[in-house]
Design a protein around this ligand. Structure first.
Ligand SMILES: Cc1cc2nc3c(=O)[nH]c(=O)nc-3n(C[C@H](O)[C@H](O)[C@H](O)COP(=O)(O)O)c2cc1C
Ligand SMILES: Nc1ncnc2c1ncn2[C@@H]1O[C@H](COP(=O)(O)OP(=O)(O)OP(=O)(O)O)[C@@H](O)[C@H]1O
Ligand SMILES: [Mg+2]
Length: 493
């Protein structure tokens, strides 16, 4: 190819390409432009006669403080290629982003005579990239500052926001691995949380679930997990609902306490009505017994003396029943209790007789271990008998199926001067189902049990300033113990 033809051909090619092209003289002062093509004129708005002889830096604006310009300067000094993206300005002052490739042109002797450059306008691409990174930045700003915890999960790694750090107590660098974080936070419920992820989301997102987690300090928190999918990522939102859950549970408790109080007060009214109704027949029965006694005491009749004794005993029992009813009405009305000084050992023995009157279907070995050094206690005798009768009946009922039934009634003097009574049996032990609510009203494991016995016992003991507790009797059965202060101060068992 002849050089003349080649020059002309090259000039026409350079002239016709759509990329802006420039050539600078490398050997002239300040590397001036010696050639620009038509695409350059179109892109920059400058005519060639306005730019030839000038260094291309006139395309830069006030903001020429760009790292890329340093790269160009160094590359030109060292005679190398330079590929950079720069901000430039057109003749009309409008900004455009330019992708610039500069190459040195050498003569056969190896000396650099010129630099050529191709400019590509990348304003649109740059703007799109900028918009994308801006929106990503805004999104991550929003996520970071959301008041709910966010776990962004992709391929087993997690990104967390500030609220998630606050909820879990862990720094985000400790929560990068999904599996590890799950077992760290959820322990046993890790599988349940994982199932939320793995469930079929074609039917919509799974219903948020409240599950317990343990934070770094070891505090258990109730967290609502809400999962949603976002492209290849999963997003899990964590809301700390511990306070709401506690309030809800407390409300449920208060509601059930209210229901129980309502039932108790309904029962109190019924009991008061029954007591009222029973008073008359009891008085009548007592009168009839007195009449029978009078008749039998006529000199000509001479009855067996034991008959009179039985009549007296029947009358005593009727009076005791009337007394229990009277005290019960007072108790239900929260009337002050009638205290007097009594020997607890006598109360224990009488209570055993009361509790077993006609009800012992099978023999029970009774072990009475009554300490002789117990001082008298100031109590309402009928009420403490009620406690003991309830405890003894429960003990006997628990041993109905036992092979060896043994009932121990023990009195002890505590170190603090209070008196302690233990009712121990060798029965089936306290069923798991009632253990946590043993002393609450309407707690019963029995078919016909009303479940009020122990709650009445607790009220009475506490009204006396005492405490009542239940324990397992090793190896078999249960022990119910209560302690009474000598004269009403609070004590511990
Ligand atoms: C062939 C050639 C083309 C150039 N084209 C541009 C250009 O389009 N825009 C630009 O800002 N700088 C361009 N430059 C770079 C500047 O001319 C100059 O080298 C750069 O600003 C660094 O030097 P300075 O610090 O002396 O200005 C070009 C340089 C050469 C050699
Ligand atoms: N000595 C005991 N051994 C094993 N379980 C007992 C004993 N005493 C009480 N319990 C358990 O506690 C429950 C509550 O006793 P509580 O006396 O309050 O009610 P109840 O005996 O079921 O009914 P009632 O109101 O008629 O007394 C019982 O149902 C039983 O499950
Ligand atoms: Mg009972």
């Amino acid at each position: 190819m002849q050089p003349a033809i080649a020059d002309d051909l090259i000039r026409r090619i350079v002239e016709s390409v759509h990329c802006a092209m420039m050539i600078c003289d490398a050997q002239a002062e300040d590397t001036p432009l010696v050639y620009v093509n038509a695409a350059f004129e179109e892109l920059t708005g400058y005519r060639s006669d306005e730019v030839l002889g000038r260094n291309p830096r006139f395309l830069q604006g006030e903001d020429r403080d760009q790292a890329e310009i340093d790269i160009v300067r160094t590359a030109l000094t060292e005679g190398r290629n330079a590929d950079v993206t720069l901000r430039n300005y057109r003749k009309d002052g409008s900004l455009f982003w330019v992708e610039l490739s500069i190459s040195p042109i050498s003569n056969p002797a190896g000396g650099i005579t010129h630099f050529s450059a191709i400019q590509r306008d990348v304003t649109v691409r740059k703007a799109a990239l900028h918009a994308l990174s801006e929106s990503e930045r805004r999104l991550s700003d929003v996520l970071e500052n959301l008041p709910v915890g966010v776990f962004l999960i992709q391929n087993g790694t997690i990104q967390v926001n500030r609220a998630a750090e606050q909820i879990t107590g862990y720094h985000r660098t400790e929560l990068t691995d999904f599996d590890r974080s799950l077992s760290l936070l959820c322990g046993d419920s890790a599988e349940e949380v994982r199932r939320l992820w793995e469930c079929d989301q074609t039917e919509g997102f799974p219903t948020p679930q409240i599950l317990p987690i343990r934070d770094k300090a070891g505090t258990e928190k109730q967290i609502e997990f809400a999962i949603c999918e976002s492209g290849p990522q999963f997003i899990c939102l964590l809301t700390d609902v511990t306070a709401q859950e506690d309030a809800r549970l407390r409300m449920t408790e208060i509601q059930s306490e209210l229901e129980q109080t309502a039932r108790l007060s309904a029962m109190g009214e019924t009991a008061a009505a029954i007591a009222h109704e029973l008073n008359q027949p009891l008085t009548a029965a007592s009168n009839y017994l007195q009449t029978v006694k009078l008749i039998l005491s006529k000199p000509d009749l001479r009855p067996d003396p034991s008959l009179i004794d039985y009549l007296d005993k029947s009358d005593d029992e009727i009076h005791r029943a009337a007394e229990i009813i009277r005290r019960m009405r007072m108790f239900l009305r929260k009337a002050p209790i009638e205290k007097a000084w009594h020997n607890i050992n006598n109360i224990i023995e009488e209570s055993y007789e009361l509790a077993t009157l006609g009800s012992l279907e099978r023999p029970v070995a009774l072990r009475l271990r009554l300490a002789q050094n117990v001082p008298e206690v100031c109590v309402d005798k009928v009420q403490i008998e009620q406690v003991l009768v309830n405890l003894i009946r429960n003990a006997l009922e628990s041993m109905e199926e036992s092979r060896e039934a043994e009932l121990s009634l023990t009195s002890t003097l505590n170190h603090d001067g209070s008196v302690r009574v233990d009712v121990a049996d060798t029965g089936h032990g306290i069923p798991e189902s009632v253990r946590s609510t043993l002393f609450r009203p309407f707690t019963s494991s029995k078919k016909d049990g009303m479940g009020v016995g122990l709650s009445i016992c607790r009220s009475i003991v506490e009204q006396h300033g005492g405490v009542i507790e239940a324990h397992a009797n090793i190896p078999l059965g249960s022990i119910f113990s209560f302690s009474l202060p000598r004269n009403g101060e609070a004590v511990s068992v």
